[in-house]
Design a protein around this ligand. Structure first.
Ligand SMILES: Nc1nc2c(ncn2[C@@H]2O[C@H](COP(=O)(O)OP(=O)(O)OP(=O)(O)O)[C@@H](O)[C@H]2O)c(=O)[nH]1
Ligand SMILES: *[C@@H]1O[C@H](CO)[C@@H](O)[C@H](O)[C@H]1NC(C)=O
Ligand SMILES: *[C@@H]1O[C@H](CO)[C@@H](O)[C@H](O)[C@H]1NC(C)=O
Ligand SMILES: [Mg+2]
Length: 424
C-alpha cells in the first residue's frame, strides 16, 4: 500500500515526458517534411528554368556578380520568390459585364473561370449591364456564381440607341454595303449600338459611380492561370490607367475614315494631346518589328493596332474625364459608329494612346486569357507552373509573338519590356 503511493507521481512524470517526446517528434517530422517538400518543388518544378539560366550564363561567357534570377515576367516588384502574398484588402473596383439574357451560359463560364483564378480570394462586386431588363433566371444563376455582391443595371435608351441625327437612309444604305462586302458584323444594328456604348457611355452608368476601376469581362472567355496579384492594386500602386493583355490589328473596312477624324481631333486639341509622352508611335509605327512586317496594309498613318478591349482593366476616372469625353464626342459627331462600324477597341486604344502618358498603360504579361480565336499565356515555364496554367504558348492561337499581334510594337514604342530585373 505505502509502496504504491510513493510510486504514483513517478509514473505520472514518466507518462508526461513520453507525451512531450511524442509531441516533439511530431513537430520535428512536420518541419522536416515541409523542407523536403520545398526542395522537391524547387528540384522538380523549376529545374528547366534553372537549366536555362545556367546555360545562358556559361554559354555567353558572361560573369554576373550574383546568379541570374529565374524569369518571372513580372512587373510587380513585390512578386518575388515562390510564394504569392495575397492581401485580402480590396481596391475600389468592380468586375463589369455587358451581356444579354440568352448569353447566360457563356456569362457563367467566364465568371466560373475568373472566380476560380482570381476573385474567390477577393470577392469583388460584379456589375451587369444590359439594354433590356435581366430576367430572373439570369440574376439567380449569376448571383449564385459570384463570390462578391452582384448588381444589375438597365442601360438608358439614350445611351444605347442610334441617335436621331443619324440619317436613316444613309445608315441603311451603308449597312447593306458592308453586309454585301462581308465585313464582320457589317450588317448588324445592335453591334453598332454596343460598340458606341462601350466607346462613350459605359463609364457614365450610375451603378459605376461608386468605383474607381473596372475589369471588363465578356461571355465565353477564359483565364488560364491563377492571377499572381490583384491587377487593380497593381494599377493603383503604379498609377496605371489602362491595362491590356492582347493587341492585334483591326479590319480596316470597319474604320475607313476613323483616322481622318482622329487627325482632325489632334489638330483641334493640341493642348490635351501630349505628343512627347503619349503612345502615338505605337499606333503609327509600321516598320518591320522583330521578324514581322505588318500583316495588313493600312491606307492611313494608323497602323490598325489596338488593345483587344474584350479584356480591359481601366480607371473610370480617366474615361469620365473631360478630355476623354471630348475625344469621344468629337468622333461620335462624325457618325462613323453607324455609317461605318467603328469598334470600341480601336476607339479606346487610340484614345488612351493619345491622351495618356505611355507609362500609364500596362501590359499584364502574367495574365493568361482566351477570347475566340486568340489567347495569351505566360512565356515563362516557371511562371506557368507556379500559376497552375492550363495553356501552352507554343500552340496555335497563341498570339503574343505572331504576325497578327501588335504586342511587339507596344514593347518597342510603349512603356517597354523588361525581361530580367537588374539587381546589381
Ligand atoms: N446587352 C447587350 N449586350 C451586348 C449586345 N451585343 C453585344 N453585347 C455584349 O457586348 C460584348 C461584345 O459583344 P460580342 O458579341 O462578344 O462581340 P465580339 O467580342 O466583337 O465578337 P464575338 O465574341 O466573336 O462574337 C459582349 O459582352 C456581349 O455580351 C446587345 O445587343 N445587348
Ligand atoms: C471610390 O471611387 C469613387 C469614384 O471615384 C469615389 O467617389 C469614392 O469616394 C471612392 N471610395 C473610396 C472608399 O475610396
Ligand atoms: C513629358 O514628360 C517629361 C518627364 O516626365 C516632362 O518633363 C515633360 O514636361 C512632359 N512633356 C509634356 C509636353 O508635358
Ligand atoms: Mg466577345
Amino acid at each position: 500500500m505505502l509502496r504504491n503511493q510513493t510510486r504514483r507521481p513517478f509514473v505520472v512524470i514518466i507518462f508526461l515526458l513520453a507525451l512531450f517526446g511524442l509531441y516533439l517528434t511530431y513537430i520535428l517530422s512536420l518541419v522536416l517534411l515541409n523542407c523536403l517538400e520545398g526542395s522537391r518543388i524547387e528540384k522538380d518544378l523549376f529545374e528547366r528554368s534553372r537549366e536555362v539560366a545556367e546555360k545562358y550564363q556559361s554559354h555567353r561567357g558572361r560573369h554576373f556578380k550574383k546568379p541570374l534570377k529565374l524569369s518571372s515576367n513580372s512587373y510587380d516588384d513585390e512578386m518575388n520568390g515562390f510564394t504569392f502574398h495575397k492581401v485580402p484588402q480590396r481596391e475600389n473596383a468592380t468586375l463589369l459585364m455587358l451581356v444579354r439574357n440568352w448569353e447566360l451560359n457563356g456569362a457563367l463560364k467566364s465568371m466560373r473561370s475568373l472566380e476560380d483564378r482570381f476573385n474567390r480570394d477577393y470577392h469583388y462586386d460584379w456589375t451587369f449591364l444590359n439594354d433590356e431588363p435581366f430576367d430572373d433566371a439570369f440574376i439567380e444563376a449569376t448571383t449564385a456564381m459570384a463570390s462578391g455582391k452582384t448588381q444589375y443595371a438597365l442601360v438608358p435608351p439614350e445611351h444605347w440607341n442610334r441617335p436621331n441625327w443619324i440619317d436613316e437612309e444613309e445608315f441603311e444604305r451603308r449597312l447593306q454595303l458592308m453586309e454585301e462586302k462581308g465585313v464582320l458584323y457589317g450588317g448588324t444594328r445592335s453591334y453598332r449600338n454596343m460598340c458606341r456604348f462601350n466607346s462613350g457611355y459605359f463609364f457614365r452608368q450610375k451603378v459605376l459611380e461608386p468605383y474607381d476601376y473596372y475589369f471588363r469581362v465578356e461571355p465565353d472567355v477564359e483565364y488560364y492561370c491563377d492571377f499572381p496579384y490583384d491587377p487593380f492594386k497593381v494599377m493603383r500602386r503604379n498609377n496605371k490607367k489602362y491595362g491590356f493583355v492582347i493587341a492585334i490589328y483591326e479590319y480596316e473596312d470597319t474604320i475607313p475614315t476613323l483616322w481622318d477624324a482622329v487627325e482632325e481631333f489632334i489638330e483641334d486639341n493640341k493642348e490635351i494631346v501630349d505628343m512627347e509622352n503619349n503612345s502615338y508611335d505605337f499606333i503609327t509605327d509600321s516598320e518591320v518589328v522583330g521578324t514581322f512586317t505588318p500583316i495588313v496594309d493600312s491606307n492611313s498613318d494608323y497602323n490598325l493596332c489596338h488593345f483587344w478591349s474584350n479584356f480591359e482593366i481601366g480607371d473610370l476616372n480617366f474615361f469620365r474625364s473631360e478630355r476623354y469625353k471630348k475625344y469621344f464626342e468629337y468622333l461620335d459627331s462624325k457618325g462613323g459608329f453607324y455609317y461605318e462600324r467603328w469598334g470600341d477597341a480601336p476607339v479606346h486604344s487610340i484614345g488612351v494612346s493619345l491622351l495618356l502618358n505611355r507609362d500609364e498603360i500596362i501590359h499584364f504579361d502574367e495574365l493568361a486569357y482566351y477570347h475566340n480565336p486568340y489567347y495569351t499565356c505566360p512565356a515563362s515555364h516557371n511562371m506557368r507552373i507556379q500559376q497552375r496554367c492550363q495553356c501552352n504558348p507554343h500552340e496555335d492561337g497563341h498570339v503574343d509573338i505572331d504576325p497578327n499581334s501588335c504586342l511587339m510594337r507596344w514593347w518597342k514604342n510603349g512603356a517597354g519590356k523588361t525581361f530580367l530585373k537588374d539587381d546589381q
